[in-house]
Design a protein around this ligand. Structure first.
Ligand code: 13P
Length: 254
């Protein structure tokens, strides 16, 4: 099995101004300077991105956005393009987070466009999928994941597939404190890996698949010990520099 580099990403959602982002970095960087095994990513609001890019230069922190529009430019009020992000030296973007699917009408069709556009611009997609509680209870988890993964990856060139980072975030575990059991997370992520194998056999062993949903310093190590769980996408616990540093340490040890 290839050694997939652990990936620890904090998704701040709608938290922190630019100044607060700088304070966070000041507290975080000295705490994570010892090792360099895990990749460390902070997914911040657009308004804090340049503060983070400037403050993290020369460090192990990679800066990510939380969304991106698929068009090159145009009459799309309130949106931000891939080129706008890459010109800021932003290196990744969360695409298809369930909150965007749920509250902002993000569709599988738009995501099919967004992923290749991001990759062409040198933006690493952190592509989110996951079922709701009702879907899981109705036995539809695999159908939902198959639909989301197949659609989102449908226009990604085979050679680019290993560069995509996929995050499995069951909606019922987000912000609820109801973490999926390690078995549930491992099972869903292994299933997602099998879906990638169905698209391009060679990519499945290389692609990194994260778990997200109520990940905390005290449950991260167990989740990361699973064979198919390559990292974590962390909401609430990523807002505190000491907690996030502990999560990075769990990634370094994985
Ligand atoms: P929590 O870690 O707060 O449950 O959020 C998970 C998430 O949505 C990360 O994208």
């Amino acid at each position: 099995m290839p050694d997939r580099r652990p990936y620890i990403a904090g998704n701040w959602k709608m938290h922190k101004t630019g100044a607060e982002a700088e304070d966070f970095l000041w507290a975080l960087l000295p705490r994570i300077s010892g090792e360099d095994r895990a990749e460390v990513v902070v997914c911040a609001p657009f308004t804090a991105l340049s503060n983070l890019v400037d403050g993290s230069r020369g460090s192990r922190v990679k800066v990510a956005a939380q969304n991106m529009h698929q068009a090159e430019q145009g009459a799309f009020t309130g949106e931000v393009s891939a080129a706008m992000l890459s010109h800021l030296d932003v290196r990744a973007a969360v695409l298809g987070h369930s909150e965007r699917r749920q509250y902002f009408n993000e569709t599988d069709e738009a995501l099919a466009e967004k992923l290749p556009v991001a990759l062409t611009a040198g933006i690493e997609p952190i592509f989110c999928v996951g079922e709701s509680e009702a879907e899981r209870e109705a036995g539809q988890m695999e159908d939902v994941l198959r639909r989301q993964v197949t659609a989102g990856l449908s226009k990604v060139a085979a050679a680019d597939l290993p560069t995509v980072v996929i995050a499995y975030e069951p909606i019922w575990a987000i912000g609820t404190g109801k973490v999926a059991t390690t078995e549930q997370a491992q099972e869903a992520i292994a299933f997602i890996r099998s879906l990638v194998a169905g698209i391009e056999a060679g990519a499945a062993e290389a692609v990194r698949i994260l778990y997200g949903g109520s990940v905390k310093p005290d449950n991260a190590a167990e989740l990361l010990s699973q064979p198919d769980i390559d990292g974590a996408l962390i909401g609430g616990a990523s807002l505190d520099p000491a907690d996030f540093a502990a999560l990075v340490a769990a990634g370094d040890a994985a």
